[in-house]
Design a protein around this ligand. Structure first.
Ligand code: NAP
Length: 314
C-alpha cells in the first residue's frame, strides 16, 4: 500500500491549484486526474474571464499551464481514477482504477461536475448519433447544417454562439421566456442572425432514422409549456446544455452531501464532515461554478490541509 500525505482527487482548476499550494507547503501531493484530465475547461472554447489572461485563452491551454505550474513544485500528477474511497477511519484508504491501494493522511476532493441529460429515452438512443453535450467536441460534424441547443444558461448560449459560426442555423430552445445566461451572452445570442430563440418549450422526443448500419437525428419534437402544443423542428444534431451534476457517486454514504449531491462544506472553509477530508471546486459549489472560484477553493483546501496536519502535531 502506497502512503501519501495529501491525495487530490480530480484535476480541474480546483485540483491543480490545490496541488500548487500543497506542493509548495511540502505536502508532497499525489493527484489523480480522473476521466477528463483538466476538467470541464478543456472542452470549452476561449475563456475570457480567467484573471491574468487579458486577451482570453483556450480553456485547455489554461489547464495545461496550471498543470505545469503544479508539476514545477513537485506535484505527482497521475493518469487514472480513484474508484473507491474509505473514509471510515484515518489514514483513508482509496483504490485506483488499476487496483492500486493508497493510504492517504488527508484527501482533497475536486472531482467537479458533469453535464446533465434530459432523461428522455430517445436522447440515449441517439447519443453519439446526433445527440451531444459538447459543441466544441462535436460541432465540427455539423458544418453547414441545422442544429438545436437546449438550455438557457451560460453554457447553452456559449454553445449556440460557437455553433452559429459553423452551422447554417441554430435553434436555442429554452423552457422559459427569458434566459438565465449573463447579459453579455444574451446580447451576443440575440445579435447573431442565424440563432433563433424558441421560447417556453421543452424537448419531448428526439426524432431520427436508420441510415444503413448507423442512425441519425432528423428532428426534435417540442412541447410549448404554456399551450401544451407540440411541434417538430427539423435538425441534424442536438446539443444538451442544461447544467451539471456533481461527481460524487463514489462518496455517497461516506460523506455529507446535499439533496443535489454536492459535498457539504463548513461555510468559509473546505472542511467536510470528516476531519482530514476537504472538498474544493464545483463538487461542493452549486452557486458560483466558475474556474476562478474553483481555483480559489483549491487554494483554500491546501491551506486547510496544512493547518489540519499542523493541528495534529500540537
Ligand atoms: P445553469 O446556469 O444551471 O443553466 C441551465 C439551464 O438549463 C437553465 O437555463 C435551465 O432552465 C435549463 N434546464 C435545466 N434543466 C432543464 C431541463 N430538464 N429541461 C430543459 N431545460 C433545463 O447551467 P450552465 O449554463 O451549465 O452554467 C453553469 C455555471 O457555469 C453557471 O454559473 C454559469 O455562469 C457558469 N458558466 C460560465 C461560463 C463563462 O463564464 N464563460 C460558461 C459556461 C458556464 P431555467 O433557466 O429555467 O432554470
Amino acid at each position: 500500500m502506497e502512503k501519501v500525505k495529501t491525495l487530490i482527487i480530480g484535476s480541474g482548476p480546483a485540483g491543480y491549484t490545490a496541488a500548487i499550494y500543497a506542493a509548495r507547503a511540502d505536502l508532497k501531493p499525489v493527484l489523480y486526474e480522473g476521466t477528463q484530465p483538466g476538467g470541464q475547461l478543456t472542452i470549452t472554447t476561449d475563456v475570457d474571464n480567467f484573471p491574468g489572461y487579458h486577451e482570453g485563452k483556450k480553456g485547455s491551454e489554461i489547464m495545461e499551464d496550471l498543470k505545469k505550474q503544479a508539476q514545477r513544485f513537485g506535484s505527482d500528477i497521475r493518469i487514472g481514477m480513484i474508484v473507491e474511497a474509505d473514509f471510515s477511519k484515518r489514514p483513508f484508504v482509496c483504490k485506483t482504477d488499476e487496483g492500486k491501494m493508497i493510504e492517504a493522511e488527508t484527501v482533497i476532493i475536486s472531482t467537479g461536475a458533469s453535464a446533465r441529460w434530459l432523461g428522455i429515452e430517445s436522447e440515449k438512443e441517439y447519443n453519439g448519433y446526433g445527440v451531444s453535450a459538447c459543441a466544441t467536441c462535436d460541432g465540427f460534424f455539423y458544418r453547414g447544417k441545422t442544429v438545436a441547443v437546449i438550455g438557457g444558461g451560460d453554457t447553452a448560449t456559449e454553445e449556440a454562439q460557437y455553433l452559429s459560426k459553423l452551422c447554417k442555423k441554430v435553434y436555442l430552445i429554452h423552457r422559459r421566456d427569458e434566459l438565465r445566461a449573463s447579459k453579455v451572452m444574451q446580447k451576443r445570442v440575440f445579435n447573431t442572425p442565424n440563432i433563433e430563440m424558441v421560447w417556453n418549450s421543452v424537448p419531448i422526443e428526439i426524432v431520427g432514422e436508420q441510415k444503413g448500419f448507423s442512425k441519425a437525428v432528423t428532428g426534435v419534437k417540442i412541447q410549448n409549456v404554456q399551450t401544451n402544443e407540440t411541434s417538430t423542428i427539423a435538425i441534424d444534431g442536438i446539443f444538451i446544455a442544461i447544467g451539471h451534476s456533481p461527481n460524487t457517486a463514489i462518496f455517497k454514504g461516506q460523506i455529507d452531501l446535499d439533496e443535489q449531491g454536492y459535498i457539504k462544506t463548513t461555510p468559509g472553509s473546505t472542511h467536510t464532515n470528516i476531519p482530514g477530508v476537504f472538498a474544493a471546486g464545483d463538487v461542493q459549489d452549486p452557486h458560483y461554478r466558475q474556474a476562478i472560484t474553483a481555483a480559489g477553493t483549491g487554494c483554500m483546501a491546501a491551506l486547510d490541509v496544512e493547518r489540519f496536519l499542523a493541528s495534529l502535531e500540537d
